[in-house]
Write a protein that binds this ligand. Sequence first.
Ligand SMILES: [Zn+2]
Length: 314
Amino acid sequence: MTDTLRIIPLGGVGEVGKNITLLEVAGEILVIDCGLAFPEPEMLGIDLVIPDVSYLAENKDRVRAILLTHGHEDHTGALPYVLPHLPGIPIFASRLTIGLVTGKLKEHKLLEATPLRTVEAGMAFSIGSSSVTPFRVNHSIPDGVGFAIQTPLGTVVHTGDFKFDMTPPDGRRADLGLIAEIGNRGVDFLLSDSTRAERDGYTLSERTVGESLTQLIGEAPSRVIVATFASNIGRVQQVIDAAAAFEKKMVVLGRSMEQNTAIALELGYLDNRGGTLVKRDQLQRLPKEETVIMTTGSQGEPMSGLTRSSRGTR
Ligand SMILES: [Zn+2]
């Protein structure tokens, strides 16, 4: 048992969402990410899909920590449902991710029972018999990291969701130097996840998405509605920037998106560009052509802001 390193995905392999992977070594279990998935159209009456964590619950005495790569729902959204099975287990994540998780845990009254540890890219920390080094990656949410986990039986690298963006909107590039250093030291097992990684070539910089958004929002004859995921903070900033460029005002709609935006503003991960972002009750007083609404529901999720707005419900 002690000379075996096991990597057990409980979700997120060969599917979109529900990312959760266990690393089991020397009698200890580390959990990497804890996400949910949104229901498929045929899942009638189902709001959220969460991973089956009965293995974790049965082995909770051996669980040492939950490591989160970034704040997207498909990596953190199952925490409120999984944490009650793992009382007192600490969560390690970067500052913004911790901020977003704090809001979520407060809502589910789990904050006091859950130790939260903020980690810094490049600063190693130990958990049980392993040493963990977070390294910065680029993604559509700021403060994403991957983890290099040095275990007694070898080094495992989990990249989280990533891309290499040489001109990221927040100016903080993936830490290629540290990634190379980890590579030089030797990696025994690489868990790597990057959407459409099987296609040749490079993904465009997020900055080009910002340029397209600016053009579209500038040319729009009336109100613009932009839909994305509630945790896509990078995109929220790009829409604020685009709206600001044409002196339009922007409103964020949808409970979780409003909450995430407030946390990111408070922690300094969003710049409100001279008051571009306004409260929803100001919307009615502004001419339609001067407003941009950002909401959730880019994939038609039944409970999202966009779906509710289309039905005239809240
Ligand atoms: Zn992600």
